[in-house]
Design a protein around this ligand. Structure first.
Ligand code: ASP
Length: 479
């Protein structure tokens, strides 16, 4: 039966079977040392020209055949070995390996698959390798220990989040990917409809509207690990796709969501072994943050906090609801700073309804920052049609546009929408903070390149004329 490299130390003097990849090879005189790598780590295999036969249960291979086969092994070949776990001779232990006090005296070796020489080394951190090349061969790149660790940490993080939320009575609900535009301040990716040529779905920039509809549907506590898809300029911490821990609660005030969320983040990161600089998280207003740090995300760590790997969380509240559109998304009119579905602070609802003092209206938005990155954000939502409508009015949307784009929400709000609010955490940003990585691509299995192409698979790509015809789409010649 197969065991993993991590179990080897408990099996000294026993016969074991291991599967994995050839990580490297060293020769010492006549001895061949092969590092075998599996999902748990590395263990050293030894091949001697005069090895005794250990192949328990099977007809042992001839020692000289095994040695010859071992001599042919190359990096990244996939192998199966059987042999005895032996203590390494005194002084030959390798303190860098978890299995460093042992090695396997191989009695049988099978090559399950050969491998071409990888296009780049896999045993270093990989930072220096050209990004396009790394992502073209992402499945190899992911073999490096650093990325294995990051991706496993991500899985652990999500597992703990799920466990926490289930304990708190949340239910996990999936929402559609083919949908209608949900504005989050980015451009939409759109998908043409074959059955209704000339019409398009939009991919969700977030599950925002659906999660609110779920509150109206009476679920009260929803969460989802959701994909958020946004056509925006790519940056170190931004890709077309990211994942969100998305949650929403009914019958809550701002402080209720912030408290639950803080408990979630605290318990999860502490279970992962991290230390938080300050608890409860400091709460800073947007004004204070701008005055003090010149930005609404900031790093509260000192140099020594950084060395100790502390996490410095802080909440930012009292953002302006609106700003003048800088990105040409709303023709230079007023646009929302965070989320059009947010409710203004109680005392400013009146201004919003009247369209007065627009620049002074503050939103119920709360952002969570950590070590200089925005790692979460949410708000209390408007649950009355006139408040949501007033937001779009301030943004100079015509009545028919509001009706066409958001009529379904205005309708839903007429049927007993409970007060509700929620938050979403960017999984990748959180993972960047936890892993200390500076780029989103280091914490996502298959990220896009900086020029917006997919890993491994060559997309975006052209499609057949037939497919376009079915969709009623014609590509304009580039001038
Ligand atoms: N939908 C928001 C976002 O994606 C999060 C929220 O307000 O819950 O940023």
């Amino acid at each position: 039966m197969r065991i993993l490299s991590s179990e080897v130390v408990k099996k000294v003097d026993r016969e074991v079977e291991l599967y994995g990849w050839v990580d490297g090879r060293r020769d010492h005189g006549k001895l061949i040392f092969i590092d075998l790598r599996d999902r748990e780590g590395i263990v050293q295999l030894v091949f001697t020209p005069h090895q005794s036969k250990h192949g328990a249960g099977q007809a042992p291979q001839e020692t000289s055949d095994i040695y010859k086969l071992a001599d042919a092994l190359r990096p990244e070949w996939v192998i199966r070995v059987r042999g005895k776990v032996i203590k390494r001779p005194a002084g030959m232990e390798n303190p860098d390996l978890k299995t460093g006090e042992c090695e396997i005296a191989v009695a049988s070796l099978e090559v399950l698959n050969e491998a071409e020489t990888p296009p780049f080394p896999l045993d270093d951190d990989g930072y220096e390798i050209n990004e396009e090349l790394r992502l073209k061969y992402r499945y190899l790149d992911l073999r490096r220990p650093r990325l294995q660790k990051n991706i496993k940490l991500r899985s652990e993080f999500i597992r703990l989040i799920r466990e926490f939320l289930f304990k708190k009575d949340f239910i996990e609900i999936e929402t559609p990917i083919l949908t209608k535009a949900t504005p989050e301040g980015a451009r939409d990716f759109i998908v043409p409809s074959r059955l209704q040529p000339g019409k398009f779905f939009a991919l969700p920039q977030s599950p925002q509207q659906y999660k609110q509809l779920l509150m109206i549907a009476g679920f009260e506590r929803y969460f989802q690990i959701a994909k958020a898809i946004r056509d925006e300029d790519l940056r170190a911490d931004r890709g077309f796709e990211h994942s969100q821990i998305d949650l929403e609660m009914s019958f809550v005030k701002r402080e209720d969501v912030m408290t639950l969320d803080e408990e979630m983040i605290t318990s999860v990161v502490e279970s992962l072994g991290y230390k938080i600089k300050e608890k409860p998280f400091p709460v800073v207003t947007y004004r204070e943050a701008m005055d003090k740090f010149g930005a609404d995300k900031f790093d509260l760590r000192s140099e020594s906090d950084k060395k100790e790997g502390l996490l410095a969380y802080a909440w930012v509240v009292d953002f302006p609801f609106f700003e003048k559109d800088k990105y040409g998304i709303n023709n230079g009119n007023w646009t929302f700073t965070h989320n059009p579905f947010s409710q203004p602070k109680e005392e400013h609802i009146d201004w919003l309804i009247k369209g007065e003092k627009v620049e002074e209206i503050l939103t119920s938005q709360y952002d969570l920052v950590c070590n200089g990155l925005e790692v979460g954000g949410g708000s209390i939502r408007s649950n009355k049609p006139e408040i949501l409508k007033a937001v779009f009015k301030v943004m100079s949307y015509k009545d028919e546009v509001i009706e066409r784009e958001f009529g379904h929400m205005l309708d839903a709000f007429k049927f007993g929408a409970p007060p509700h609010g929620g938050i979403a955490h960017g999984v990748e940003r959180n993972m960047m903070v936890l892993s200390g990585e500076s780029y989103l691509r280091e914490v996502q299995a298959f990220p896009q390149t900086g020029s917006g192409r997919t890993s491994v698979m060559d997309a975006p790509a052209q499609v057949d004329k037939k497919q376009l015809d079915e969709l009623g789409i014609e590509i304009k010649k580039k001038k």
